[in-house]
Design a protein around this ligand. Structure first.
Ligand SMILES: [Zn+2]
Length: 369
């Protein structure tokens, strides 16, 4: 399986004159992009392969080269398509997108990474040309650990996202086919332990204190940003701890908390769940990292709907809020007891294996690893 990973390199080594030149290009690019958006919004979006010269030449008062105008036209198409796709079920929410002139996405027709550099301060030049008005920019790049790791794992692609602050490089990594074994685990996400597995293993037992630290800080403050970073870093570590299991695992099942967000009308109904959960942004980040780790290790990654996973008795099937009292699960009908998060993880796994999609898979074994 081929997967794409990216890494950002800072532009802090560039001189201020280069950075202001870059800013000028990005601003012009954004403006041209908006001209295309305006035109395609009124006249319909063409297929990217049908971007003929007449269309590319639409913006009149610009110094941007035909190449970069074509990039802008493509991005305009993407922006319109994605906003329509995002709100396809709520057409009243669709409004014309606006490019802010903060970033551009270029390929080898504009950018070239030149790695032989005769200086010790940085490792490469990102050479930008054909942008218009004979503008040429050589941006100094310094590689770092994450970048070098991706170089070792895969092939760097000739596409770059460029902003005023960084360049993002992309890599294609061939992981090999997904595993064909039959060992599965379910993972419940919680505040007491970030991850509880159905085999009773728990990871990230310091999650609660990390979240409380974030909540104590003033919203938007530097302290809160720092606390969030610390929590993200901890999430990355927990993912790595779980990866050490992956040698024996073929399938991971998690609970997808799709409908929870702070503005949701469901808020009050879900408040108990919310208190227990780690917050939307952190939950998304955690699932994303876990999914990426699965991809990297050729492990299948699946998710199920979240209803009642922590209230259902795995022994008799009785569903009752009263089955769970904080960390303790005790079935009000049959008396089955256990750690509530571990039982939830088992229910998550069972929901997948016995559900619509699970039936299409060969039987998975639920083993203790
Ligand atoms: Zn029961």
């Amino acid at each position: 399986m081929k997967i794409i990973r990216s890494s950002k390199c800072s532009l802090k080594f560039a001189t201020s004159s280069k950075l202001s030149e870059l800013k000028r290009v990005l601003t012009e690019y954004g403006g041209v992009c908006n001209i295309f958006i305006d035109y395609f919004w009124k006249n319909g979006t063409p297929a990217k392969s049908e971007l003929l010269k007449d269309t590319v030449d639409l913006p009149k008062d610009t110094w941007l080269s035909a190449r970069l105008r074509k990039v802008a036209a493509r991005e305009a198409i993407d922006m319109i398509t994605s906003i329509k796709e995002r709100w396809k079920n709520k057409p009243e929410k669709i409004s014309m997108p606006v490019h802010k002139g903060k970033r551009t996405y270029v390929s080898c027709t504009i950018a070239d990474l030149q790695e032989k550099v005769s200086t010790e301060e940085f490792d490469a030049w990102l050479h930008l040309a054909s942008m218009g008005e004979n503008t040429i920019l050589d941006l100094p790049i310094k590689f770092h650990k994450h970048y070098n790791k991706l170089v070792a794992q895969g092939k760097r692609l000739n596409s770059y996202i460029i902003t005023e602050k960084y360049v993002q490089f992309s890599f294609e990594i061939e992981t090999g086919p997904k595993k064909s074994g039959t060992n599965a685990i379910g993972i419940d996400t919680g505040i007491k332990a970030l991850a509880s597995l159905n085999n009773s293993a728990q990871f990230g037992l310091d999650t609660k204190s990390l979240i409380e630290r974030i909540k104590r800080c003033k919203h938007g403050s530097n302290g809160q940003k720092q606390a969030r970073r610390a929590f993200k870093q901890r999430i990355d570590e927990v993912v790595q701890e779980i990866v050490s299991y992956f040698e024996h695992i073929d399938l991971v099942v998690v609970e997808q908390l799709k409908n929870i967000n702070y503005k949701s009308k469901l808020k009050r109904r879900l408040s108990k769940n919310m208190r227990r959960s780690i917050g939307t942004w952190a939950y998304r980040y955690w699932l994303k990292r876990l999914e990426q780790a699965c991809e990297m290790n050729r492990v299948h990654f699946k998710s199920v709907a979240p209803y009642y996973t922590s209230q259902t008795c795995p022994s008799c099937g009785h569903v009752d809020r009263g089955n769970r009292v904080r960390q303790i699960f005790r079935c009000l009908r049959c008396g089955h007891t256990g750690n509530a998060d571990v039982i939830a993880a088992g229910n998550i796994l069972a929901r997948f294996l016995t559900g619509f999609y699970g039936a299409r898979y060969k039987p998975y074994e639920v083993k203790f690893v």
